[in-house]
Design a protein around this ligand. Sequence first.
Ligand SMILES: Cc1cc2nc3c(=O)[nH]c(=O)nc-3n(C[C@H](O)[C@H](O)[C@H](O)COP(=O)(O)OP(=O)(O)OC[C@H]3O[C@@H](n4cnc5c(N)ncnc54)[C@H](O)[C@@H]3O)c2cc1C
Length: 377
Amino acid sequence: MNIKQNEMVRKMARELVKNEVMPYDKEMDQTSEFPWHVMKEIAKYGAFGLTEDPAYGGAGLDSYAEAIFTEEMAYGSSSVAITLDAHYLASHIFAKYASKELKDRLMPQITAGECIGCFALTEPSAGSDAAGIQSTAHLDGDEWVINGQKAWITNYSVSGFYLLAVLTDKSKGTRGISVIMVEKGNPGLKFGHKEDKMGIRGSNTGEIYMNNCRVPKGNLIGELGKGFKYCMEVLDVGRHLIGAMSVGVIRRCIDESVKYANERKAFGQSIGKFQAISFKIADMKIAEETTAALTEKICALRENKQPFSVPAACLKAYGGQRAVWAADSAIQIHGGNGYSKEFVPERLLRDAKILEIGEGTTEIQKMIIGNSTLSMK
Ligand SMILES: Cc1cc2nc3c(=O)[nH]c(=O)nc-3n(C[C@H](O)[C@H](O)[C@H](O)COP(=O)(O)OP(=O)(O)OC[C@H]3O[C@@H](n4cnc5c(N)ncnc54)[C@H](O)[C@@H]3O)c2cc1C
């Protein structure tokens, strides 16, 4: 761990969030418009290529930096943090498994934030049961022909490159799933309806249709039939980053609650003086410290190339639930004002709920943790 580097990343991200992200979070929530201007600003600070190879314009930082940056973004806006998270899932797979030719052409745009990424696994009838995807791709001469539908895809209509998980051999189960890259503007790629979400409304989520979508044979990412493995591998990273988001959300809940508890008076004193309020804030602090510690532990595992699927599932399950609880508690501390859109906590609660659903629900995380723990004993 490079402590000095981590401190620098945190300081830079905090300034960036304060000046370029937080001022727009309420507007994103109200308009549900994708915040291109925010993305352009954060791109100048290397946000889209944080851990990527400097030879391709990336910042070459480590997973500590990625987690810290994600946490800070979530403090200011879960919409922005989730947009980056989806981009990171796609860019990590692409950087690790795409051909040199594809990387030479696209990585500089990806790291510059000019080509946002999209990781498309979920389909209308395959979410938790991701192995049940139905979209297909077959070779026709030197081209893949892709057909099917993806649902609930983050960055669905704002991306420059799309990583689609598709069946290339139906008879082989998960070993028949491959990842194929499609670029923006492909005539076979169509966008369906945009989801009208309860939270993270500044993020861009919707359906994608592939209708005889043709791409060169070389757009296969990595090896044929290894797509499911790549998806599961990168979802571990995603769960780590969702955990980092929960740290940021909990910290924001604490800050909003402390400010209000010190200002608001009842029965002749600040409400923070009531133990019922201060204990809620103490429990939030415990949640922040524990999720932050687990987030950091996973950074160490990632850096040392150790397995981290189970700790990442623990972090996602625990962090997501604690973030939702912390936002609910922040509303309670704000009393009637907590129920108003004029105050931040109600948005924090609506935004935090995605942490219990996206990239594997809490139930699926518990399934992973339970199965693994039982088989070890
Ligand atoms: C805002 C948003 C953004 C998203 N972005 C992306 C994206 O960029 N890319 C992408 O591929 N997907 C994305 N998703 C999809 C997301 O990963 C799925 O919604 C999630 O995995 C759950 O799948 P599902 O919605 O089909 O729910 P289902 O699988 O239908 O689950 C419904 C309920 O049943 C429970 N359940 C299911 N199976 C079990 C089981 N075996 N044991 C116990 N309980 C079970 C679930 O926990 C859940 O409570 C996004 C979703 C949202 C809401």
